[in-house]
Ligand binder design. Structure first.
Ligand code: LLP
Length: 412
């Protein structure tokens, strides 16, 4: 995470100290490094540059308009899963011709919005969805470009809640069924079949599941091509993992070599849908210690960020490193917890943590993906601001919510 480094004993994001952000914007606050995001996008594009490809950033990982706007300026396309995400992409100046729409429960309103916006294609997850897209397109006098999201039945070796490409999951269409659906859709006038898709899960740290998935996709594409189904795109989804705590996920270039090697003779444009790997290590959640509480044999470091601000530990038991902003060297075994009335409200449990004292600042690392985007107002807590650092300056790209914001949409 070289965009977050100590400089003279003070943790900095690029050229800005986190102390300064905390002082001026308050805590808790998400802090992102623009350079880190840019580096990751460039690394990804560079790794795939020898073949026709489009990087469709998964908006759900971090949907802030300013982040999306920069990605659009740097040439990215977008993977969306809702009308709301499409709205964000368009507001941020993203090109609808670079948008792919995933998700197993698209509504007719969302389908209409995507058709009006002329997105690149829908990743269709069931025969019923294909039918709804066809009827909607017919009523609008349009033709919908679709790719079928196949389910290759591969175990991605990640947390069960973020595995998506196995038979028991709600996602995608089993290969045998997909083949029949391709044949049917070829004769549906409102549908233009353009590709084959698969996304097997998230935070994948081994190449093997990808190898299995891409091999089975390759065989499948050849079968379709032999039947004369005209395909243009192979969408291999996202899911490449990052290091939260010493994991060694494959590099973007190893991942790219594998995908390119298995697909380059198919004559298709590759679509990639990375989310976490682009923004995950480019952000931290900065929080201040409120109290230290010793309870029985346990020590709790209570901070001002709660599970509503960062859900990942409560939801998946995920590990985020916790760094001291003032580079404290001494440590203590403790739980880092928030102020929420739930025992699942923890950021770190039974960990060797810096020997924080009340008032000190902690940086919860690798929080740029699925951090703010998963946050909520639970316990009527205003959602925290987001800050984007570029070099020696920063911008508040989402202000802190106020108490008035909390009740704005309710009957007074
Ligand atoms: N494409 C599709 C169809 C997806 O469902 C996802 C993520 C992605 C791409 C991007 O995956 P990524 O490259 O970010 O792994 N909240 C969880 C992660 C949920 C992922 C959902 N789908 C977490 O915090 O770990």
């Amino acid at each position: 995470m070289d965009s977050f480094e100590y400089n003279s004993g003070r943790l900095c994001c690029e050229g800005v100290t986190l102390e300064q952000v905390a002082r001026e914007v308050g805590t808790p606050v998400y802090v992102y490094s623009e350079a880190a995001i840019r580096r990751q996008v460039e690394l990804f594009s560079e790794s795939f540059k020898q073949v026709p490809h489009l990087i469709c950033y998964a908006v759900k990982a971090n949907s802030n308009l300013s982040v999306v706007r920069r990605l659009a300026q740097w040439g990215a396309g977008f993977e969306i899963v809702s009308g709301g995400e499409l709205f964000r992409v368009l507001k941020a100046g993203g090109s609808s011709s670079k948008v792919v729409f995933d998700g197993p429960g698209k509504t007719v309103e969302e389908i209409r919005y995507a058709l009006e916006s002329e997105i690149l294609f829908f990743n269709v997850e069931s025969a019923a969805e294909a039918e709804l897209i066809a009827t909607t397109a017919r009523a609008m006098g349009k033709r919908a470009r679709v790719s079928l999201r196949t389910n290759p039945d591969v175990d991605p070796g990640t947390h069960p809640y973020i595995s998506t490409g196995m038979k028991e999951h709600k996602f995608g269409i089993a290969l045998e069924e997909a083949e029949a659906l391709y044949v049917k859709l070829r004769n549906t006038p409102e549908i233009e079949v353009v590709g084959v898709t698969c996304h097997i899960g998230s935070q994948i740290t081994q190449l093997e599941p990808y190898r299995e998935a891409v091999e089975s996709l390759r065989v499948f594409v050849k079968r379709l091509q032999n039947q004369g189904i005209p395909l243009r795109y192979l969408d291999f989804g996202g899911g490449l993992g990052i290091a939260y705590d010493g994991e060694e996920p494959p590099s973007a270039s190893c991942y790219a070599d594998l995908v390119i090697g298995a697909t380059k003779d198919l004559g298709l444009t590759l679509i990639l849908e990375p989310g976490r790997v682009i923004v995950g290590n480019a952000g931290v959640l900065l929080t201040r210690v409120t109290f230290i509480k010793d309870q029985g044999s346990k020590r709790f470091i209570i901070v001002d960020a709660g599970m509503n601000d960062l859900m990942r530990p409560a939801l998946y038991g995920s590990h985020h490193q916790v760094w001291s902003v003032s580079q404290k060297k001494s440590t203590q075994i403790a739980d880092l917890v928030g102020p929420i009335c739930e025992s699942s409200d923890f950021i770190a449990r039974n960990r060797e943590l810096p020997a924080f004292e009340p008032g000190e600042l902690a940086a919860v690392m690798s929080a740029g993906a699925y951090g703010f985007s998963l946050s909520s107002n639970y316990n009527s807590r205003p959602r925290v601001p987001e800050v984007l650092v570029s070099g020696d300056t920063y911008e508040v790209i989402r202000r802190r919510e106020t108490y008035d914001d909390l009740i704005r949409l309710e009957q007074p």
